[in-house]
Design a protein around this ligand. Structure first.
Ligand SMILES: [Ca+2]
Ligand SMILES: [Ca+2]
Length: 346
């Protein structure tokens, strides 16, 4: 394999055995260095050796075998091999959208180029897009917005420009930066692995209108008997700045002996889900009145409280207030003695 080029480590070295040879010493050294005094592998009885080396793009090595027997030592001819050139992926031209809105989809355009001297090979790799509060890329802090595969080999100098779509988080507002990193899972062996992150691309994010639904009042009968059905009526008000574009919610009804809501002693009675455009009806500063029938438990008597909790997923993070003291209705429940069952015996 003298003068072999384009080698991928580990490197399989083999040679012809010398006449009467009993052992071989193998010397391998990098081009530009002097041959090592001590053999890389000594007293080999076989005529081959697998040489492990770091993958340095295009690195050239010299090697030779010294043949030994009881009577003499004979040096073989010096040979060379050269590792293959590696690719090097880099990211450029990251284009963040102008004036995007929180919680909405955005398109990020970027260019990936192989600036290395070798091809990438047919290894799929991924690009990831991150959202950062500053101009320093911090993979453990910055928010991953999405990862996108690429599956075609790139020759030296080749590249591609791509647009990837992802969603911004809800409830964010202000100055942000986008970073794109290529080959995030290190699928491609590159001459340089530390230059795979783009420069930061600035964007100002506007806060999307957000809903903030609250149950403002609960109406129940003043008195009722255990085990009977009552009608609960309640009002939901939108204290936010917009309707919810993706309603996925319900109002859940609980009964509890506690005048301050506590999940541990609250007994679930039922729920009323939102259908169709219910949420869109509740524009900012407007309300909707809802009701449903529930059956009181057999075991809770005396003064009890009926709570209605709104379970809208919080779509605007800390900007959406949560219901810490939900609205309630007060009801006095009396024990209902059921009439005895008489069996008629003819
Ligand atoms: Ca790189
Ligand atoms: Ca890599």
């Amino acid at each position: 394999m003298d003068s072999a080029v384009g080698i991928t480590p580990p490197v399989a070295l083999f040679w012809t055995p010398g006449a009467n040879a009993t052992q071989h010493d193998l010397f391998v050294w990098k081009d530009g260095d002097t041959m090592t005094v001590n053999p890389t592998a000594a007293n080999l009885k076989q005529i081959s050796y697998t040489y492990q080396t770091a993958f340095v793009s295009g690195a050239k090595y010299h090697w030779k075998v010294v043949v030994k027997n009881t009577y003499c030592v004979t040096s073989g001819a010096e040979q060379t091999f050269t590792l293959r050139e590696l690719s090097n992926l880099v990211v450029s031209n990251v284009q963040a959208p102008v004036d995007p809105f929180s919680g909405k989809k955005i398109d990020i355009e970027y260019t990936i180029t192989n600036i290395g001297a070798g091809e990438t090979g047919m290894v799929p790799w991924y690009e990831s897009v991150y959202l950062s509060l500053d101009t320093v890329f911090s993979p453990n802090i910055d928010l991953l917005l999405g990862s996108f595969p690429y599956q075609t080999a790139l020759n030296p100098g080749q590249g591609y420009t791509k647009t990837s779509r992802m969603s911004l988080p809800d409830g964010i507002l202000g100055d942000y930066y986008i970073f794109v990193k290529t080959d995030v899972y290190n699928s491609v062996g590159e001459a340089h692995e530390t230059d795979n992150v783009s420069a930061p691309a600035f964007m100002y994010v506007n806060l999307s209108p957000y809903p903030d639904f609250r149950v403002t009042s609960v109406l129940t009968p003043n008195n009722a008997f255990t085990g009977t059905a009552i009608t609960v009526q309640w009002t939901v008000k939108n204290n936010g700045t917009g309707p919810d574009p993706n309603p996925n919610s319900s109002d859940r009804i609980y009964i509890s002996p506690s005048p301050v809501f506590n999940f541990f002693n609250a007994h679930y009675l039922g729920q009323l889900t939102y259908a169709g455009n219910d949420f869109n009806i509740i524009q900012p500063d407007s309300s909707i009145t809802r009701f449903r029938q529930v059956v009181l438990p057999d075991t809770m008597i005396g003064i009890q409280y009926i709570y209605v909790l709104q379970t809208l997923p919080i779509r605007s993070m800390n900007l959406c207030s949560t219901e810490t003291t939900p609205a309630m209705g007060r009801i006095l429940i009396s024990f209902c003695r059921r009439p005895p069952i008489w069996w008629y015996k003819p």
